[in-house]
Design a protein around this ligand. Structure first.
Ligand code: ADP
Length: 187
């Protein structure tokens, strides 16, 4: 099975992504984590994206796609992928679909984690107390939420029209959210 996990910053993609990947035996590919690893390792790609990430802007489509393709291919050759944080725009979805169709890697379902804005801000700023992410500060959070609304939110309709979307109320504790997702997914 191949799954996409979509949601604004703070919606719990990372937590749910890990749980779902473990439960269904999928490869968890978290776009943000892969990019942060590039930054930490001072790779060429890391240097190209670090300022954009600090500001909460999207990195160029070409870079994120190049980073993900080999990993998606490997996951498909195994038991499938759980992609968290990609695609983040309709453009990325269209490009990914072209590549995925030839590789038998199209998603079987898309899960959208829906959380009210005030709760997102609360969660991210709480996380900032324990984790050291350079983009978890009030100014950048505001920008990341705006980027979600402008670039990523249109994906919800895009996948709904294709009959792939499962909308989940993610304003509940993590166990309840996992249970709600598992209920809607194909066995
Ligand atoms: P969050 O969803 O909390 O913002 P992520 O870890 O998913 O956190 O992403 C962190 C940052 O990584 C984003 O703000 C963006 O700069 C970059 N990024 C992640 N995924 C993508 C993507 N698919 N396309 C472009 N940039 C991305």
């Amino acid at each position: 099975m191949n799954l996409l996990l979509i949601g604004p910053p703070g919606s719990g993609k990372g937590t749910q992504g890990e749980r779902l990947a473990a439960r269904f035996g999928l490869e968890h590919l978290a776009a943000g984590d892969l990019l942060r690893a590039e930054v930490e390792n001072h790779t060429e790609l890391g240097q190209q994206v670090s300022e954009l990430m600090k500001r909460g802007d999207l990195v160029p489509d070409k870079l994120i796609i190049e980073l993900l393709i080999p990993r998606v291919q490997a996951a498909v050759a195994a038991n499938g992928y759980l992609l968290d944080g990609f695609p983040r725009s309709v453009e990325q979805a269209v490009e990914a679909r072209k590549l995925a169709e030839t590789a038998g890697a199209v998603p079987d379902a898309v899960v959208y984690l829906d959380v009210p804005r005030a709760e997102l801000v609360r969660r991210i700023l709480a996380r900032a107390e324990t984790e050291d992410r350079s983009d978890d500060n009030p100014t950048t959070v505001e920008n990341r939420l705006r980027v979600f609304d402008e670039a990523t939110r249109p994906l919800i309709d895009y996948y709904r029209e294709r009959g792939l979307l499962h909308e989940i109320d993610a304003d509940q504790d993590a166990d309840a959210v996992t249970a709600a997702i598992v209920r809607v997914l194909p066995d």
